[in-house]
Write a protein that binds this ligand. Structure first.
Ligand code: FPP
Length: 225
């Protein structure tokens, strides 16, 4: 039976969820943040799960209207400040991935602060992908190691990435069937789950069902049974 160590989620559908209710898109992001907390809490109680990596803001999301981008930045700042106590209580370590240098100095400080204050936690690792794009991550990694005297190996490149861990389960909510530049290297052998549920409606029961289905899949990693 497969054991799940690393779950990654593309949390899509916040805007549509709000629009379906006649609300502004940002209401969907607010509701989505509550689901981030619920799913993190659930994963922190499952001792098999070591990592939960969530796509919170992509390198492409800057193309959204300025007000939506600003709202997302404020929401992230507020979430991290408000939930620091929860991270500590659940023994969850916060490890951002992505190039956060593009964020305001004060948001960078909040991110760093929560990272530092949870560095000793040895339960679940929750990674938020922030100004993250897999192509950008791979490029930054290559630039870090390009002056190596030896030929670059798979291990060297993997170790130079922000996220150094293979994904077991990759989930995308919201009905679309694409990877949107998320963890492309790490998902080489991930099992992919696409569900129509919009992220604010995604529940721990939905996740539990996906994990159950995952355990029965035959993973061959390119080999034979
Ligand atoms: C995609 O939905 C979602 C995002 C671009 C942002 C994800 C943010 C959250 C889940 C909330 C904030 C997170 C934290 C950690 C505080 P969409 O806006 O593309 O939805 P749509 O496809 O319906 O338009």
């Amino acid at each position: 039976m497969n054991q799940v160590k690393h779950i990654a989620i593309i949390m899509d559908g916040n805007g549509r969820w709000a629009e379906l209710k006649g609300e502004k898109r940002v209401k969907g992001h607010e509701a989505g943040a509550t689901v981030v907390k619920n799913i993190t809490t659930y994963c922190s109680h499952n001792k098999d799960i070591e990592r939960l990596t969530l796509y919170a803001f992509s390198t492409e999301n800057w193309k959204r209207p300025r007000l939506e981008v600003e709202f997302l930045m404020k929401l992230l700042d507020r979430y991290l400040k408000n939930e620091l106590a929860t991270y500590l209580e659940l023994n969850v370590r916060f490890e951002p991935i992505g190039d956060i240098r593009a964020f305001s100095k004060s948001l960078q400080k909040t991110i760093k602060d929560v990272q530092d204050k949870t560095a000793h936690c040895d339960g679940l690792v929750q990674s938020l992908a922030l100004n993250y794009g897999a192509q950008n991550e791979i490029l930054r990694a290559v630039n870090k190691i390009k002056n190596s005297e030896d030929a670059i190996t798979q291990e060297m490149l993997s170790n130079a990435l922000d996220c150094k861990h293979d994904v077991d389960i990759l989930i995308r909510t919201g009905g679309d069937h694409r990877l949107s530049n998320f963890l492309l290297w790490q998902s080489a052998y991930a099992e992919l789950f696409f569900c129509d549920t919009l992220w604010p409606d995604f529940t721990t029961a939905d996740l539990e069902k996906i994990i159950k289905d995952f355990t029965t899949i035959e993973r061959r990693f390119g080999g034979l049974k």
